[in-house]
Design a protein around this ligand. Structure first.
Ligand SMILES: N[C@@H](CCC(=O)N[C@@H](CS)C(=O)NCC(=O)O)C(=O)O
Length: 253
């Protein structure tokens, strides 16, 4: 559980569940899906990443990395999407989205979290969003003054001004993703969902990754089990409402 003491104290007065989230953000998608699966009522605070609504002192005062999503539950601020979905499942346990083998399930959440900056983010930026999220020089200096996280500073420096992601960045991402999808493909052999016959947080963690990568032209042709899994989750209300309602087609982002 990653709890933050906000410098923007206004959120500490919030009652109930409030989610700061982005329509096109895969990390936000998994939290929206979890809230929907659980039938929880939440207040939406949409942050338009294309309009750089995250690059403000108001938002950095809530999430010190300036990232979405941020969940505020009765005034307590939670960041890190994979921790947030686990927190929601533990705090609001019915219906359960947890597998019997909780440790193995959390392993899938940790894997998704661990490849976000090394693989998912560079791939998605290089293939699609870097041009859409280009900062003006005024936005860039605001970002430089607000952002204290060195990993994120280094990442965003790669598409600062006239810089772009290199072929080597994309190749490295593809290598990491390939290892993950080989593992996912073999895990799904002979079973419906990642943890077996029960749909769990492991699926919810990886569905948005699959969705945005497809939208960036990533091919799953060699992964029949993953394609079957994707067909199955498309039928879920949480996919329709948590992903497609906010982002009908990631290739059009
Ligand atoms: N580890 C964080 C990553 C969050 C993240 O990178 N969010 C993206 C959208 S998926 C974002 O806010 N991007 C804006 C930026 O990098 O400035 C989580 O899982 O919540």
């Amino acid at each position: 559980m990653v709890v933050v003491i906000p410098t923007n104290k206004s959120v500490e007065a919030f009652q109930g569940l409030h989610l700061y989230h982005g329509a096109i953000s895969n990390c936000s998608m998994r939290v929206r899906m979890t809230l929907i699966e659980k039938g929880l009522t939440w207040t939406s605070h949409h942050i338009d990443l294309k309009k750089k609504e995250n690059i403000t002192d108001v938002y950095f005062g809530i999430n010190p990395n300036g990232l979405v999503p941020t969940l505020v539950d009765d005034g307590v601020v939670h960041i890190e999407s994979n921790d947030i979905i686990d927190y929601l499942d533990e705090t609001y346990p019915v219906p359960s989205l947890s597998a019997l083998d909780r440790e193995a399930m959390l392993g899938w959440l940790q894997l998704a979290a661990s490849i976000h900056v090394p693989a998912i983010k560079p791939y998605v930026y290089a293939k699609k969003v870097a041009v859409k999220l280009k900062k003006t020089s005024e936005e860039q200096s605001r970002y430089d003054s607000l952002q204290q996280n060195q990993e994120l500073k280094t990442f965003h420096a790669k598409h600062k001004g006239s810089s772009t992601f290199s072929d080597a960045d994309v190749t490295k991402s593809e290598e990491i993703l390939k290892d993950c999808f080989i593992k996912l493909e073999s895990t799904l052999e002979g079973q419906s969902w990642i943890m077996g016959e029960q749909y769990t947080l492991a699926d919810i963690s990886w569905i948005p990754v699959h969705f945005v990568l497809i939208g960036c032209g990533y091919s799953f042709d060699n992964y029949p089990n993953i394609r079957r899994w994707a067909e199955a989750f498309r039928a879920k209300e949480s996919f329709q409402e948590g992903i497609l309602k906010w982002c009908p087609d990631f290739s059009q982002v």
